[in-house]
Structure formats: structure tokens, C-alpha cells
Design a protein around this ligand. Sequence first.
Ligand SMILES: [Ca+2]
Ligand SMILES: [Ca+2]
Ligand SMILES: [Ca+2]
Ligand SMILES: [Ca+2]
Length: 268
Amino acid sequence: MDCRAETCNGADDDCDGRVDEEPVCGELIERRCTLTLGWADNNRGPLGASATWSTCPPEIRQMGGDVRCTSTRRDGAFVRLDLDGDVDGNDLLAFSLRCEDADFAEAARWIQGHCAVFLGHADNNQGAAEGSPVWGACPGVSSSAAVPRCTSSGFDGNFRAMQLAGDVDENDDLGLAWICRDDEQPARAAAAQASAEVQLAWSAGNQGPGDGAPTWGFDCPGSRRLQVGRVSFPQACTSTRGDGLFHRLDLGQDVDDNDDLGVALKGR
Ligand SMILES: [Ca+2]
Ligand SMILES: [Ca+2]
Ligand SMILES: [Ca+2]
Ligand SMILES: [Ca+2]
């Protein structure tokens, strides 16, 4: 085989004995993986590992009733999830990650099996510090019982519900990490982790941008107050930044039926 520059194809192109060890897989992750965010009120979501959350996937969004979901659209842009009711201890959140590519099937399958999004929640300012390698039991076994709580997309395409705790308000934080691991191919995992990022955003007052927005309206990570007439609405966004650590999304006020979450999966 002729040796050439490494590309994201599941093969050792540059003949150094390592597969996709350079940060070359960001575009495939952005264009061939779908990240789906599920939310449920009143304990209505699926418990345990579930292949679906309401109609997602394969549907790209379901925004009515107590069980809702939205999926990224393989374009790096944000999709929005409109919350409903009071967001509190009977609410569930979950992520799934699915990757598929007819031309680079092994690479897509490996990414789905070795990269995951981790999501933590903490009531009463009990979340981990910004940039922590852990959030409660994660990145070990996900737990809806331990404090603070966490879940992940689980390296298998399924959803796993995380039950929130207490009232979700200004003393709550979410934690977000993008972690790739492979004991047999650590360089491949490190490169995939560094080559993509997940962004998670929140907006009060129904002020989140529509599906397909390239940003949440400002640089992420960051926060601002969006002035609309005489009223200002807090907004915040966090990014996984390619470092495998947990990054905090500080919620600025009580989270209820006029709040939005936004999620994006981007190459970097
Ligand atoms: Ca190589
Ligand atoms: Ca390669
Ligand atoms: Ca609720
Ligand atoms: Ca709270």
C-alpha cells in the first residue's frame, strides 16, 4: 500500500502503525453523526437504555407534549428544544449519538462505539468545578441516584435518562463533556476527542434562535443578557472544547416552560 497523509477512513494511511491518529475525523463526526437530545416532564421518558426517545431518531424533532426530542442535522448548526411545564425533579434529560457513513463505515462505527457525550446536572451549586475530569459518577457509570447526577450517550447509540433533582433554577448547573476512549488505540481516541465539540446552550424567555442557527447568538462558551425592548433575558452556552473535561453551563434563573435548550455537534 502506498503511504499518504492520514485521513478519517479507519485505515492507517501514513503507515505509522496507528489508525486515524491525527485530528482528521471532525468533518466526518459533524457530517455523519447525529446527536439527539431528549427531554421529558412528569417522569414520562423511557427508563434504562432505549433506542428511541419519543419519535427521535429517526424523526428529527418532536416538540409537543411531555416527551420531546430534537436531533442535530449533520451541518454543525444548533437545533432547539422547547421546554414545557416546570423543570424540576420529575424531568428527564438524555443524549444519544449515532454515526453512519456508507463510504467510511468502519470509521463511523468506531466513532459511535468509542465517543460519547456526558451530561451532568447539579442542584444547589453542587456541580463539579469548571474543567473537572469527573462529574459525580461520570465518566464512570451513569447515575440518577448519586449527587450530582449524570448520564451519557453510552457508546452504543442508545438514550439513558437522567432524572433531574430539586427545582431547576439559578442554583443549578449542567455539565457537558465529549469523551473518546479506546484502550487499544489511544491515539485514535485522543484525535477523535480533539477533532469535534458539542455545544449546549440555554435561553430564557423563548429567546433561543431557530433550528439551523450557526451560533446561539454569541461566542460559545459564553453568556449574555439579550435585551428585547425593556426586558433582558439571560442566555448561556458551553462547549466541550476537545479536552475530554466537564464544562459547566450555569443556569441563570428558574427554568420553566418558556426556556429553550440548544445543542450542536461540530468539527473543530
Ligand atoms: Ca497512521
Ligand atoms: Ca486513516
Ligand atoms: Ca416538571
Ligand atoms: Ca435548584
